[in-house]
Design a protein around this ligand. Structure first.
Ligand SMILES: O=C([O-])CC(=O)C(=O)O
Ligand SMILES: [Mg+2]
Length: 222
């Protein structure tokens, strides 16, 4: 996908979608390995984000270009479009942070859905204050210059053992993150939307005092 491709536009009711519902819907489609094995936690509990993956890969590097040390990251971030979910793949690096307040501000200004990384974030209190949805393995305040560098963007990456292609649908919340390959998106989303609606009914019936057995037998959804 090029940086200009459109993002994901949620429909009314999509606020009921969750990673659990999308995961169940992937399972029902025969896609049983779409949930990242590593839980990349939101900076702010309760954060959820859904969007199209826009990928970037980092690898170790002991040198940088003192003239323009952030060139590749700047080029990547300036190409972010509405509804894109930034995916920063680092091979689980703890060598540096990869994303902070100012990258978040730029992404937010471009209408990005959020960022997820198997590495570290920094400026975390400030990212939280911006309200930018951010999910990471951990946090560390150290700059990536002359430690790590961008080696590619808009390529397939692997995060938490799951392959993510540019343009795949990605959702993250408190439970973890799920990747829906683009070619299966229509099927999985239709199942997920139906499931979300049925779960709302089930929830209401359970809260009204009906037995789990009666509700399960009627709706076959949990
Ligand atoms: O980790 C970085 O170099 C990026 C950073 O500080 C920011 O976005 O404010
Ligand atoms: Mg910063």
């Amino acid at each position: 996908m090029s940086s200009g491709d459109s993002g994901f536009t949620p429909l009314p009711g999509d606020e009921r979608l969750s990673t659990a519902i999308l995961s169940d819907s992937c399972d029902a489609t025969g896609l049983r390995d779409q949930v990242l094995q590593q839980r990349l936690a939101p900076l702010v509990p309760g954060t959820r984000a859904i969007g199209r993956a826009r990928t970037v890969r980092f690898a170790p590097a002991l040198e940088d270009d003192p003239e323009d040390p952030y060139r590749d990251a700047i080029d990547f971030i300036d190409g972010i479009g509405e509804g894109q979910f930034v995916v920063v793949a680092t091979d689980r690096s703890n060598d540096s942070a990869f994303w902070g307040e100012l990258f978040s501000a730029a992404a937010l200004g471009s209408g990005a859905a959020g960022v997820v990384t198997d590495g570290n974030l920094r400026d975390t209190d400030r990212i939280a204050a911006l309200g930018f949805p951010a999910f990471s393995a951990s946090r560390r305040p150290i700059d990536y210059r002359a430690r790590m560098r961008v080696i590619a963007h808009d390529v397939d990456v692997v995060l938490g053992g799951v392959r993510i292609a540019p343009g795949d649908l990605l959702m993250a919340d408190d439970d973890g993150a799920v990747v829906v390959p683009r070619e299966h998106e229509a099927t999985v989303l239709a199942l997920a939307r139906d499931r979300a609606a049925r779960e709302s009914t089930v929830l209401a019936e359970l809260l009204a005092g009906e037995s789990l057995r009666a509700v399960w037998d009627r709706h076959r959804v949990l």
